[in-house]
Design a binder for this molecule. Structure first.
Ligand SMILES: Nc1ncnc2c1ncn2[C@@H]1O[C@H](COP(=O)(O)OP(=O)(O)OP(=O)(O)O)[C@@H](O)[C@H]1O
Length: 261
C-alpha cells in the first residue's frame, strides 16, 4: 500500500531522516518506536504528505504521494495527533460531521444520506451517546480524544496515521483507545501506522514495529523480534527485562533500576 524508498529529510543543516526504505502492506498495524528526536513524527508527516522529502519517494498504491490532491488524499488517509482536538465550543455531533469534509461538495453537502447512519454507528461504537450535544470544551481529555477518533472514523479512511495518540490519557483510557482502534482496524481491514512511546502498548496492539534511532531504521519486525532487552538498550540506553504477557503471548518490558535490587 505504501512504499517508502530512500527517503531523506532535513531541517536546515540537520538531517532527521536518513535513507528510509520501508513497505506497509494493506491491513498492517505498524508501530514506530524510538527515542525523542529520532524522527518518528517527521516520518509520519512524510507519510501523510505534510512534509516532502528532499530525496527519495513515498508512493501510495503505486502512485507518488505528491501527485494526490488534498481532498483525494483525505479520502484515503486520516491523521490523529496526540491531542486530536482543541477544547473548542463546537458540539460533539458537529465535530463528527466535520470528518465528512472529503465527501462534501463545495456547498458543504454530501451526496446520498449514508452519513447520518454512519455517524450514529460511530456514536454508539465509541460510546458517545449523551455527549452528542455537549461542546468539546466541557469534555475530559479522554472523552475529547474519543471524539477525535470518531471524527477520523467518519472520514472512512483506508490508512490511519496516529501520532502518540494516548499520550494524555490515563491507563484506562489508553487501553480503551487502543482497543477501539484495534477493533476498528479488524472490522474494516484498515491499515494503521502509529507512533508509540509506550513500548508495552505497542507490543500489545501493533503487529509490526519499526525502530528509529537518529533518523535511521535500526530494526523492523514483530514485537517478539523488536521488544528485546538488547534492542531496547540500543534505542533508549536503559536496562530492561522482557517477560511474556501471560494472555497475549507478546513481550512486555520491566525496567531495571540503576541501583540494582
Ligand atoms: N519543523 C521543524 N523545524 C526544525 N526542526 C524540526 C522540525 N520538526 C522536527 N525537527 C527536528 O527534527 C528532529 C526529529 O524530530 P521528530 O519530531 O521527528 O522526532 P520524534 O522522534 O517524533 O521526537 P519525540 O519523540 O520527541 O516526539 C528533532 O531534532 C527536531 O528538533
Amino acid at each position: 500500500m505504501i512504499e517508502v524508498q530512500g527517503v531523506e529529510k532535513s531541517y536546515g543543516r540537520q538531517t532527521v531522516l536518513k535513507g528510509i526504505d520501508w513497505q506497509v502492506q494493506r491491513g498492517d498495524f505498524w508501530g514506530i518506536i524510538g527515542p525523542n528526536g529520532s524522527g518518528k513524527t517527521t516520518l509520519l508527516n512524510v507519510l501523510s504528505g505534510v512534509e516532502s522529502p528532499e530525496a527519495g519517494e513515498v508512493t501510495l498504491d503505486g502512485r507518488p504521494l505528491a501527485t494526490y490532491g488534498r481532498k483525494a488524499l483525505s479520502r484515503r488517509l486520516a491523521v490523529l495527533q496526540q491531542d486530536g482536538l482543541p477544547p473548542m465550543a463546537f458540539p460533539v455531533r458537529q465535530v463528527l460531521e466535520m470528518g465528512r469534509f472529503p465527501f462534501q461538495n463545495w456547498r458543504g453537502k454530501e451526496e446520498g444520506n449514508g452519513a447520518e447512519a454512519l455517524l450514529n454507528e460511530i456514536v454508539s461504537r465509541l460510546d458517545l451517546q449523551g455527549l452528542e450535544n455537549k461542546p468539546l470544551h466541557v469534555l475530559s481529555g479522554g472523552q475529547r480524544q474519543r471524539v477525535a477518533l470518531g471524527k477520523v472514523m467518519a472520514q472512512q479512511p483506508e490508512l490511519v496515521l496516529l501520532d502518540e495518540p494516548t499520550t494524555y490519557l490515563d491507563i484506562r483510557y489508553q487501553m480503551q483507545f487502543m482497543e477501539l482502534v484495534s477493533s476498528w482496524q479488524r472490522a474494516e481491514h484498515l491499515t494503521v501506522v502509529a507512533v508509540m512511546h509506550d513500548l508495552n502498548l505497542a507490543a500489545l496492539y501493533c503487529d509490526k514495529l519499526l525502530a528509529l534511532r537518529d533518523g535511521r531504521i535500526v530494526a523492523m519486525g514483530t514485537p517478539n523480534e523488536i521488544i528485546t532487552p538488547e534492542i531496547v538498550k540500543s534505542l533508549f540506553e536503559v536496562d530492561a527485562y522482557s517477560v511474556m504477557h501471560p494472555d497475549r503471548g507478546v513481550p512486555q518490558l520491566l525496567l531495571r533500576s540503576e541501583q540494582g535490587t
